[in-house]
Design a protein around this ligand. Structure first.
Ligand code: FFO
Ligand code: GTP
Ligand code: MG
Length: 461
């Protein structure tokens, strides 16, 4: 494909000692050649591919030296975009990077749109759509595990599986063609239906397996949304601090210390948590605190997991019992904190209220019970789950939606075939399933969607 030459800053703005301005397209080398002077004076166009060069950027209009740089020259198709790529490594700092970019733009490059480099890698056929989406996931990954999932997908793990499913569907379609071409042979019809049902059932089961990974996949990507809940002063902020192993939240003995929501990412035994510390829930006259309490209640609504903190050294209150009711239908762990103080809480009553939910006792002050709590969190996440490593995860909402659609259409195909619907009718559902799966890897997908997907990328990627 033929495209114009794009340029963008590919490193964070104003940070770091070195920054990269990247160019990609047919004119990348000629544009770079116009503005780059090596000590030896030789033109870049004479240089070998995949080489790096020291020199200066010089404005061809004014002959002014703009920057001292290292320049990487990579000719397509063995590049990130499959096009000619030039990367200019300049001194970090806002002014320097912007000057370099500006110089490239005034000498024939166009400013890249967000995600346009990766989009070209896709449009030029180096990667498919799910791999391109994984590039973005990789950048956003907040834990090792999330990063590994993204790396696997970038490597084409999901693409290969989708490819296999589509291949199986194509084979059934071929079988159906034979049937349509030779309708006079009854035995062909007799053969077609079982083959169709068998292959489609396999596809259906694989889709179901993939979808089963999706809730874990989403959590790995976005973190398990975990809300720390409880009355004022029970030790919620202390719990956040001990899980993140840093003093992120303010802890005092004054009830009502936390007024607003505090959010932190932590990795508990491989489970990424998006931890939310909330204002202690109580009836209050204080306007600021009341807003905080309201926000705590809101945070609860989107939570995957609640860490419900109770005070060991205090009797259960009506508020505690109400909170048990509020979270009744949710996943929660009860944490009875302050075990270093004399017991006042009725633990039997706590067990009764908690039912099947886990109860952990802690003294956050003395750093006791934290290991048990971490184990309880990990156990909840991995309960009855297969070892995480070798699964192909789907975590992307777009992929999940398409897999649900594909499951529905392939089920229609199976049901129709079993009901004796003519095979050329069943063929329609099979073809549709093949198309829907193709959308995941971007094979059968609309341009508007592609544009929208890449526009969510960051600049320079
Ligand atoms: N300086 C720099 N660092 C970077 C990138 C970059 O673009 N520039 N990347 C950007 O995100 C990542 C590396 N990703 C890359 C992926 C593919 C190819 C590439 O050239 N692929 C070719 C050739 C492979 C080969 O030589 O065998 C290909 O697949 O055909 C390059 C970088 C991370 N680090
Ligand atoms: N004795 C004892 N004190 C603790 C323990 N954990 C926390 N505390 C103390 O309890 C007080 C309240 O702790 P916080 O973590 O601020 O409680 P909170 O639930 O966030 O309180 P609010 O933000 O006001 O809702 C502080 O003085 C803590 O040092 C514990 O295990 N034992
Ligand atoms: Mg607090």
């Amino acid at each position: 494909m033929e495209f114009d030459t794009i340029a963008a800053i590919s490193t964070p703005m104003g940070e770091g000692a070195i920054a990269i301005v990247r160019l990609s397209g047919d004119e990348a080398v000629t544009i770079a050649d116009k503005i780059f002077k090596s000590p030896g004076g030789k033109s870049l166009t004479t240089k070998d591919s995949h080489t790096i060069h020291y020199g200066h950027l010089v404005d061809p209009k004014t002959n002014e030296v703009v920057e001292e740089v290292m320049l990487s020259l990579m000719r397509g198709p063995k590049t990130f975009t499959r096009e000619d790529v030039v990367e200019i490594n300049c001194h970090g700092g806002l002014v320097s990077v912007k000057r370099v970019l500006q110089l490239a733009l005034t000498n024939g490059a166009r400013l890249a749109e967000p995600g346009e480099f990766t989009k070209r890698a896709f449009l030029n056929g180096r990667i498919d759509l799910s791999q391109a989406e994984a590039v973005m996931d990789l950048i956003r990954a907040k834990t090792d595990r999330a990063m590994n999932v993204a790396l696997g997908q970038m490597d084409g793990k999901l693409s290969r599986l989708i490819g296999d499913l589509r291949q199986a569907l194509l084979e059934t379609l071929a079988q159906v063609e034979v049937n349509i071409d030779y309708p006079e042979y009854d035995d062909v019809e007799e053969m077609t239906v079982p083959v169709l049902v068998e292959k489609c059932t396999w596809v259906k089961n694989e889709i179901i397996k993939l979808l089963q990974t999706s809730s874990q996949g989403k959590i790995l990507r976005e973190g398990l949304s975990t809300v720390i809940l409880g009355r004022p002063n029970v030790g919620k902020s202390s719990l956040l601090n001990s899980l993140v192993q840093e003093n992120k939240a303010i802890v005092t003995d004054i009830a009502g210390t936390t007024r607003d929501i505090i959010e932190e990412y932590v990795n508990v035994r491989g489970v990424p948590l998006r931890l939310v510390d909330t204002a202690g829930i109580r009836e209050t006259e204080d306007i600021v605190e009341r807003i905080g309490v309201e926000r705590s209640r809101e945070a609860l609504r989107g939570a995957d997991l609640i860490l419900f903190v109770l005070n060991y050294a205090d009797e259960l209150t009506a508020e505690d019992e109400r909170l048990f009711e509020t979270i009744e239908a949710m996943d929660y762990i009860v944490i009875v904190n302050k075990t270093d103080l004399p017991q006042k809480i009725d633990l039997a009553r706590v067990k009764e209220l908690a039912g099947d939910h886990r109860i952990v006792t802690t003294s956050l002050l003395q750093e006791e019970g934290i290991t048990e709590l971490e184990e309880a969190i990990a156990a909840l996440f991995f309960e009855g789950q297969i070892e995480a490593g070798d699964l192909t995860y789907v975590s992307n909402a777009r992929h999940i939606a398409l897999l649900h659609q594909a499951q529905a259409t392939v089920e229609d195909a199976i049901a129709a075939a079993q009901d004796g619907v003519p095979v050329d009718m069943v063929q329609i559902d099979v073809t549709r399933t093949w198309e829907i799966l193709g959308e995941i890897i971007g094979d059968t997908v609309q341009e508007s969607l592609i544009n929208q997907l890449f526009s969510q990328f960051c600049l320079g990627k």
